[in-house]
Write a protein that binds this ligand. Structure first.
Ligand code: NAD
Length: 283
C-alpha cells in the first residue's frame, strides 16, 4: 500500500480562508471585529518569529492585531496586570500568552489568569476541564488541527482504535480527549509504556506527539492505519517528525508529512478559535 499524503498546507489555507469569510460576515452583520492580543514577554528570537506569524495571519483573516510586548525584565505582577486588563477589554476576543516566559516568572500562574472565553490557546485549567467534560469551550490549537485533518480526509473516528503517543498538556492529553469525545477507543502511550510496538501496531489511527526523531517505524504501524505525526524535530538532515515517513508511506493509508502536515494547522485553528471566542463573548 502507498499512503495518501495529507496536505496540511492546503487544509490550513482552506480553514484560514473560511475564517476570513466568516469574520467578514460576522462584522457585516453588525458585530464588533474580533481581536487577538498576543502577549510576548522578552525577546526570545523563536518566540518573536512565532508571534509575528500569528499576527500576520490574524490581519490576513480580518482579525484586529492587538499585540502587546513587555520587556524581559518585567515582573510577574506587571504581566499579570496586563493580562487582567486584556481580560476586561471588550475589544479583545482572544488572549495568547506566548510561552515560555522569562525564567523569573511562573508561566502556568499567568496563563491561568486568562478567562476561559478568551483562552484561544485552550491551555488554561478551566479550558482543559471543559474539554474533559465535553462542555462548550475553546480547544487547544494543535490537537484541533489534528481533528480537522482527520475530518477533512473523512477518517472514520467513531469506534476506531486510536493510539496517542505522548501525554503532554499541549498535545497528547487534549487530542486523546477529543478522540474519546468522538467515540474512538483511545489508548495513551508515553515514555514508560511497555512494548510500544505492540501498543501502536493495534492502532487504526496513530498519533505521534513525542519529540523523538523517527521513533515510530514499520513495526509500530498497522497496515492501512492513518498516521498523524505531530512531532517537529530539528536534525542534521533537516526537520523530521516522530514517524519514519518512508515506512509510513509504505504501510499506512494516510500519513502527514513533516513539514507540511500538522504544522500549518496550528495557526489556522488559532484564527478559528479567535472567532469562536468573539461569538462566545457576544452571547
Ligand atoms: P512534550 O515533551 O511535552 O511531551 C512528549 C511526550 O512524549 C511525553 O508525554 C512523554 O511521555 C512522551 N515520550 C517521550 N519519549 C518517549 C518514548 N521514547 N516513547 C514513548 N513516549 C515518549 O512534547 P509536546 O509539547 O507534546 O510536543 C511533542 C512534539 O510535537 C514535539 O516534537 C513538538 O515540537 C511537536 N509539536 C508540534 C506542534 C505543531 O504545531 N505541529 C505543536 C506542538 C508540539
Amino acid at each position: 500500500m502507498t499512503a495518501e499524503i495529507i496536505d496540511g498546507k492546503a487544509v490550513g489555507a482552506e480553514v484560514r480562508a473560511q475564517v476570513a469569510t466568516d469574520v467578514a460576515a460576522w462584522v457585516a452583520s453588525g458585530n464588533r471585529q474580533p481581536g487577538l492580543a498576543t502577549v510576548l514577554v522578552g525577546d526570545d528570537p523563536a518566540s518573536a518569529v512565532y508571534v509575528a506569524n500569528k499576527r500576520k495571519a490574524c490581519v490576513e483573516a480580518g482579525i484586529a492585531d492587538l499585540h502587546q510586548h513587555l520587556p524581559a525584565d518585567s515582573s510577574q505582577e506587571t504581566v499579570a496586570e496586563l493580562l487582567l486588563t486584556l481580560a476586561a477589554d471588550p475589544a479583545v476576543s482572544g488572549i495568547l500568552l506566548q510561552l515560555p516566559v522569562p525564567k523569573q516568572m511562573r508561566g502556568s500562574d499567568l496563563t491561568a489568569l486568562i478567562p476561559a472565553e478568551k483562552d484561544v490557546d485552550g491551555l488554561t485549567p478551566v479550558s482543559a476541564g471543559l474539554l474533559a467534560q465535553g462542555a462548550t469551550g475553546l480547544r487547544p490549537c494543535t490537537p484541533s488541527g489534528v481533528m480537522e485533518l482527520l475530518d477533512h480526509y473523512a477518517v472514520q473516528i467513531e469506534g476506531a482504535g486510536a493510539v496517542v503517543v505522548g501525554r503532554s498538556d499541549l498535545v497528547g492529553k487534549p487530542v486523546a480527549q477529543m478522540l474519546l469525545q468522538r467515540s474512538a477507543t483511545v489508548t495513551i502511550a508515553h515514555s514508560r509504556t511497555r512494548d510500544l510496538e505492540a501498543v501502536c501496531s493495534r492502532a487504526d489511527i496513530l498519533i505521534a506527539a513525542v519529540g523523538v526523531p523517527r521513533l515510530l517505524g514499520a513495526a509500530h504501524i498497522k497496515p492501512g492505519a492513518v498516521v498523524i505525526d505531530v512531532g517537529i524535530n530539528r536534525t542534521d538532515a533537516g526537520l523530521v517528525g516522530d514517524v519514519d515517513f518512508d515506512a509510513a508511506l509504505e504501510l499506512a493509508s494516510l500519513v502527514t508529512p513533516v513539514p507540511g502536515g500538522v504544522g500549518p494547522m496550528t495557526i489556522a485553528m488559532l484564527l478559528k478559535n479567535t472567532l469562536i471566542a468573539a461569538k462566545l463573548q457576544a452571547k
